[in-house]
Design a protein around this ligand. Structure first.
Ligand SMILES: [Zn+2]
Length: 443
């Protein structure tokens, strides 16, 4: 079928200058460097909304519902990356050129002094230095040292899927030994928050408890729920009947270990229940959709394409899905999931794993496909006492701005978009697309 509005006519309607007629070229011209130099300062002026990060100090156990087991870090993420020294220099005036233990002491000391001096504006000041207007704090619980005007809470929703004896789940491998007890702890905290002494024996009551927790988290300022389920099991979800989930719940809530299939069935039902509630409560659903840390993270079982049956299920057409980390390394396929009206891709983590020269390719393809469906995030995280969320904020922002300017410069030079369209895309990616999802709760 032909589109009713011709694309060129559409541009005129939107008031953007038309490109010179002609076919897009396959190679950028000699002007590309110049265009890049012109775009970058304009991009730096855009006040950012950071759609995914874990702000906090390294000794704060509420930063994530999960802890990182020792795994193999990609080259750019290792402590030896000299870019991290540049970050410490830019943010704190770090006087050394390496992070040797002797020198790193200076940085630890400096941060401790600032933390004492600034109190709850410490992290707001980091945002100011990077021109981030507001950012998500994806945390187990919010911290009183994060200013709620600058940081909005995204809470974790996975733990409702692990209410039974998790002995077998835990013993699967060393990563799960770390992760599963933290999910149990999280569920226990929700139980306490809702004033219960233990999980209700009745399934209908359990579902009410789950919904009440989501409602209360929303009242506490939560703007979205986040799943990191890919760390614990396959992201392929079947569609079990409620009676099956109910039967399993009532048999195992007070003890005993369900079979692998029974546990899976129960979880598949709960996942669907939670996202349906996300639609009802206007809480967008964030899902970790990329490669993950640790030694046992399964790339094939967490492939973003596993979620296609959920994302394209008309029963969830009122749910906003944000695919956190944009499916990397399946980012090329992932962008086509954003063809669904209610599906968005967030680029966090990808811009830290990849250097800007490579991340530029991801961004360019996404901008050329569904530019209004992609959002920016840093995935800032306090890795350790020396390399904190501060440096990862810096690296995420610098990497994304330079890669974005490079991708757009090429698109302009090759005759794909005008400069005005390119800047509109930049505003969309760094701020407008994400902010539009939260009905005035963020800015
Ligand atoms: Zn994250």
């Amino acid at each position: 079928m032909r589109p009713r509005v011709q694309p060129l006519l559409f541009l005129v309607i939107c008031g953007l200058p038309l490109l010179a007629a002609g076919q897009a070229r396959p190679l950028p011209g000699p002007d590309v460097q110049q265009i890049y130099q012109r775009l970058l300062p304009q991009i730096e002026q855009i006040a950012i909304f950071d759609h995914h990060a874990h702000p906090g100090f390294s000794d704060d156990p509420d930063v994530d519902a999960m802890a990182a087991p020792p795994g193999s870090a990609a080259f750019r993420e290792r402590d030896t990356n000299p870019e991290l020294v540049a970050g410490a220099k830019a943010l704190f005036g770090y006087p050394y050129d390496d992070l040797s233990p002797e020198h790193a002491k200076w940085l630890v000391q400096k941060k401790a002094e600032l933390k004492k001096e600034k109190g709850n504006t410490y992290f707001s000041d980091i945002l100011d230095k990077l021109n981030i207007e507001q950012g998500v704090a994806n945390r187990a619980m919010m911290a009183d040292y994060l200013d709620p005007k600058r940081f909005v809470w995204v809470f974790f929703a996975d733990s409702f899927m692990w209410p039974f004896d998790n002995q077998r789940e835990r013993s699967r491998n060393a990563d799960e030994q770390v992760y599963i007890p933290l999910q149990e702890k999280m569920l226990h905290r929700w139980v306490q928050q809702e004033g219960l002494s233990k999980l209700p024996p009745d399934f209908a009551e359990y579902l009410k408890f789950v919904s009440r927790t989501l409602e209360d988290n929303r009242k506490k300022g939560g703007i979205a729920m986040k799943f990191e389920v890919a760390y614990f099991r396959s992201t392929k979800f079947s569609d079990p009947a409620r009676e099956d989930a109910e039967d399993i719940y009532q048999r195992f809530v007070s003890g005993g270990i369900p079979s692998k299939d029974e546990y899976r069935t129960f979880q598949d039902f709960m996942f669907r229940y939670l996202i349906r509630e996300g639609g009802r409560l206007h809480l967008p659903v964030h899902i970790h959709s990329a490669v993950g840390i640790g030694d046992y993270f399964s790339l094939s079982e967490s492939n973003i394409m596993n979620l296609e049956n959920i994302l394209r299920d008309p029963r969830y057409s009122n749910v906003t899905f944000v695919m956190i980390h944009g499916g990397y390394p399946y980012d090329r396929q992932a962008i086509w999931l954003a063809s669904a009206r209610n599906v968005y891709l967030d680029s966090s983590e990808t811009e830290i794993l990849l250097y800007p020269s490579e991340f530029k390719h991801t961004l360019k393809l996404w901008l050329e496909t569904f530019p209004e469906k992609i959002t920016f995030g840093t995935d800032a995280f306090p890795y350790n006492e020396v390399l904190g969320a501060e440096e990862s904020y810096w690296l995420g922002v610098q990497s994304s701005r330079t890669a974005l300017a490079a991708a757009l410069a090429e698109m302009i030079s090759m005759g794909e978009v005008s400069e005005a369209q390119a800047m509109q895309m930049a505003h969309g990616y760094l701020h407008d697309n994400a902010v539009g999802l939260y009905a005035g709760k963020v800015h």
